[in-house]
Design a protein around this ligand. Structure first.
Ligand code: 6PG
Length: 255
């Protein structure tokens, strides 16, 4: 497969989330051993919801060091936390409310504040490290991809794609699916130790095919294929694509 990073294909969703959970558990244990804390970054969207639920119901993951984990959000719609479109609402209901994480270690994006991006950046610096000029290094980032090849809230031809000197940015525009968003930026995401992109179902295949076709040319058109801007290798990080067979081949069961 012509993708930047490693590729892991599972036969179905169940196996995919099992492999992903094992990867997460390994990363969490390593981070706590090395630094005493694990900075975990989660995406919204429908794909990871059953995975989040599984992390708190499958005994295989009971070793997750939740008390030493800080949870961050990759992106968020600028709606109240009670809104059905809120990512943190979904994450709390599926997992965070049941995981036993100290409340102060769950970092929702303050999306309703005018200076939300600045505030979240300051919160990251306070807990993760770095500064306004030195990028904080997150441990494990879970990303998804939309049919237009966006990831996080980095949509095609949108202003946040060009942000190089801020770790969090607002995003809006013709090709941003409303409502307006707050998103982690490329420099922050690409500085992470590990990033995983999770794709399940045949419905993801066409977008994946576009990413592969572009990768095969050796060029990157980040404006049209925003996920191609995800590349942690220059800063020593790792990127892994976790796919089920339906996403990888376009065939079989899936959505
Ligand atoms: C979000 C995401 C977004 C998502 C993709 C895929 O807040 O919606 O972070 O980038 O990962 O849109 O979403 P699905 O998993 O619902 O297809």
């Amino acid at each position: 497969m012509e993708l930047t990073g490693a590729v892991h294909v599972s036969p179905d969703k169940e196996a995919l989330f099992g492999a992903l959970g094992d990867a997460l558990l390994g990363a969490a244990v390593r981070a706590v051993e090395a630094r005493g804390v694990f900075h975990l970054v989660l995406s919204g969207g429908g794909t990871p919801e059953p995975f989040y639920l599984r992390l708190v119901t499958d005994l295989r993951y009971r070793g997750l060091p939740w008390d030493k984990t800080h949870v961050w959000v990759v992106d968020e719609r600028r709606v109240p936390e009670t809104d059905e479109k809120s990512n943190i609402k979904m994450m709390r209901e599926a997992m965070l409310d049941h995981a036993g994480i100290p409340k102060r270690q769950v970092h929702a994006m303050p999306v309703l504040e005018d200076d939300a991006a600045e505030r979240y950046q300051a919160e990251l610096i306070e807990h993760v490290g770095g500064s306004d000029t030195d990028v904080p290094v997150l441990d494990w980032v879970l990303l998804g991809m939309g049919g237009d090849c966006h990831t996080a809230s980095l949509f095609p031809e949108s202003p946040a794609l060009s942000v190089t000197d801020k770790w969090v940015a607002t995003n809006d525009g013709d090709r941003v699916v409303p409502p307006a968003r707050l998103t982690m930026t490329y420099p922050l995401l690409n500085a992470a130790r590990e990033l995983v992109v999770v794709l399940a179902g045949a419905g993801k295949h066409e977008a994946l095919r576009r990413v592969e076709a572009q990768a095969a040319t050796g060029q990157r058109d980040v404006q049209e294929i925003p996920i191609s801007g995800i590349d942690p290798e220059p800063s020593g990080g790792e990127l892994t694509w976790f796919l089920d067979a339906a996403a990888a081949t376009g065939g079989g069961a899936g959505s």
